[in-house]
Design a binder for this molecule. Sequence first.
Ligand code: NDP
Length: 259
Amino acid sequence: MQFPSFDLNGRVALVTGGGRGIGRAIALALAHAGADVAISGRTTSRLQNTAEEINKLGRKSLVVTADISKLQDIENMVRTVVNEFGRLDILVNNAGINKRVPSLEVTEELWDSIVDTNLKGTFFCCQAAGRIMLKQGKGKIINICSLTSQIGMTTIAPYGATKSGVLGLTRSLAAEWARYGINVNAIGPGYHETDLTRPLLENKAWMEKLMPRIPIGRVGTTEDLMGAAVFLASDASNYVSGEIIYVDGGFLSGWNWNL
Ligand code: NDP
């Protein structure tokens, strides 16, 4: 019997938004599992900090400053990674933004900024990496979705639209590229403490409403996402395609009502 391998030794990964939050945790998890990891984002100083942590794990790192809402930056980013490492095995499309605004107040500018980063950016990162992975005949793409890929939430309609869209493109690309040895899957985080969610999680009234919605009884850490990321990046997930793994403390499975 052949047991599955979670080992990423010799693999090259690229994590967008790898300078902080969930992207940083996933970059470190992939490095811990053996991969050399390139990290990208708009803020070089934060990326350098993650790169140092990757190096401390004994892996190679690469910092690529890039804004994924710009197609030229995406092309340059992927080219830089391939020039440095000679290949690209794992792409984690993590970079994303959100802003809480009642739908009647959403401007065209806000809509465009969220869609250009979360949806357009994710698609064109897949396309740029897909070109390399198709030639290699192997690759793993992991898109970071959200609870809003599955359910509606108030005051974040543009974000919800993009995250539902990212799940849709995960399934479409999975169907299109499976025959070329590329697995395209997604992770749907619940509520994890990062710069993105901190204002919400520091709001006492909000937390009182949120906690009964999380059966496991706590907000997630960024470390909680590491296992799913390593699984979807490794050979252990070779027969998993077009799927989403929710890492949400049970949020979507039911309520924690203690009646
Ligand atoms: P953070 O705000 O902490 O981090 C976002 C990351 O994305 C930063 O590294 C940021 O770097 C990068 N980024 C943002 N815009 C761009 C851009 N245009 N080009 C390149 N990089 C960009 O958020 P989280 O870590 O919480 O979120 C990471 C992902 O997880 C997002 O897609 C988010 O939607 C998703 N998510 C998070 C949840 C949570 O509970 N935290 C729940 C569900 C989903 P920089 O600013 O330097 O460019």
